[in-house]
Design a protein around this ligand. Structure first.
Ligand SMILES: [Zn+2]
Ligand SMILES: [Zn+2]
Length: 171
């Protein structure tokens, strides 16, 4: 599949900030094209302002990221892009002693991919539709009803209506 950037682009070198000491911070704009976070997780883009602040414990990252995750419509199973806003505020500890889920690697690398992956997975628990009025798949033949009607009979949706039909057919 395609040319994905290695998720190396989400490895931020924060060595300079670590050395600068507590109280220093840096702002920048993240703008990453298609990136693969895992075998089953590809983001079409990741954009938004990021602030890295050196604290005593490590680096606090604050960001408002706009991202698009590749997903599928839950009715018709066609691929859809799920747009998400992700608000991040997370401490990356300088070492294992810091009470944090994320740790800065020994080489001064803060790996944003791990955090992003967790956030996107949380956001992906909601169902997504390719469009508001997606007709879904035919339960009989599996045809995508958005692409036209299939040969299956579209009757007996409402049992009360079908009873009424029987009565009418008697005459
Ligand atoms: Zn759909
Ligand atoms: Zn059908």
């Amino acid at each position: 599949m395609g040319n994905y950037l290695h998720n190396r682009v989400l490895k931020l070198n924060v060595g300079f900030l670590l050395n600068a000491g507590p109280g220093h911070s840096q702002d920048f704009e993240l703008d990453v094209p298609t990136v693969k976070l895992a075998d089953d997780l590809v983001l079409s883009y990741v954009r938004g302002p990021v602030r890295l602040s050196r604290t005593k414990e490590g680096i606090l990252i604050q960001a408002q990221l706009h991202t698009g995750a590749q997903d599928e419509c839950y009715r018709c199973l066609e691929p859809v892009e799920r747009d998400m806003m992700i608000a991040i505020e997370e401490l990356y500890g300088v070492n294992q002693q810091v009470d944090s889920d994320f740790v800065i690697h020994d080489d001064g690398i803060l790996d944003l991919a791990e955090l992003l992956r967790a956030e996107v997975l949380i956001g992906s628990t909601h169902r997504v539709l390719c469009r508001e009025d997606c007709k879904g798949l035919c339960p009989e033949c599996g045809a995508n009803r958005n692409e036209g009607d299939c040969e299956c009979e579209q009757e007996t949706i409402d049992p009360r209506l079908s009873e009424l039909k029987k009565l009418l057919n008697r005459q």
